[in-house]
Design a protein around this ligand. Structure first.
Ligand SMILES: [Zn+2]
Length: 245
């Protein structure tokens, strides 16, 4: 893993082809997303490496409940017992009342080129034994809960990648946690910079694009995506969003 401090309070951690973030404001830590199951140990270590105990974690804030974002949550719930907040609709996804995730058939379809083969191999390893993981304790966070967490957040509902996907704006430092609604890179794609994930990952492509445009209008100077590098930007300059043909 690689830890990158992007503002006074925000640390972005690059794990296995996915990012999570730690927001430390002195009162405690908010963990934004939680890596693949194979990243669980690194998620715990990253909290310690920025100078905190696991018991400082006030909450996990989840953009959406895909396996590469919930990986360390079972360990954290067991050790810390903190709440896990996500969007109201995404709570049902986190509890696996339904599943909106890339299918096995679509993964097979990625094996036709080297980037795809490598990503599939890494992914199968990263989720091994955890295909059925869920987050039974997930609950919806209202505005007052979000604003009182370490960092202080405002929810930006961004349906499309999943029906309940939610991005989070941290107004005090103008940081936008975009999850998979807007990313800046992915191992399957050569292009870097603001973009949608490949269509195969998005439950509803049209809504994903609408949500990405909504994110582009947020008053954020730092984009922290679920995949790709954190990116500084001038909120006054229009953001170009790349979409694969
Ligand atoms: Zn996702």
């Amino acid at each position: 893993m690689k830890i990158d401090q992007v503002s006074d309070s925000v640390y972005v951690v690059a794990g296995t082809n996915v990012n999570w973030a730690l927001v430390s404001d002195g009162s405690g830590v908010t963990v934004v997303d939680a890596g693949y199951p194979s990243d669980a140990g690194d998620v715990l270590d990253s909290v310690r490496q920025i100078g905190h105990e696991l018991t400082d974690i006030a909450a996990v804030l989840l953009t959406h409940a895909h396996l590469d974002h919930i990986g360390a949550i079972p360990s954290l719930v067991e050790r810390v017992g903190m709440p896990v907040y996500t969007g109201a609709e995404e709570v049902r996804h986190a509890k696996r009342e339904y599943l909106q995730q890339i299918s096995a058939a679509h993964m097979l379809g990625l094996l036709g080129n080297q980037r795809g083969r490598r990503w599939v191999a890494q992914t199968l390893w990263a989720i091994k034994g955890h295909l059925g993981d869920s987050v039974p304790s997930a609950t919806a966070a209202d505005d007052s809960i979000l604003s009182s967490l370490p960092g202080g957040f405002v929810a930006v509902p961004t349906p499309g990648h999943t029906d309940g996907h939610t991005a989070y704006l941290m107004p005090s430092e103008a940081v936008l946690f975009t999850g998979d609604a807007l990313v800046t890179g992915h191992p399957l794609v050569r292009h870097t910079g603001p973009q949608l994930l490949p269509k195969v990952f998005n439950h509803d492509e049209a809504r994903t694009l609408d949500s990405a445009h909504l994110l582009a209008t947020q008053p954020a100077r730092i984009i922290v995506p679920g995949h790709g590098l954190p990116t500084h930007r001038d909120p006054a300059t229009p953001m170009e969003i790349f979409q694969q043909p």
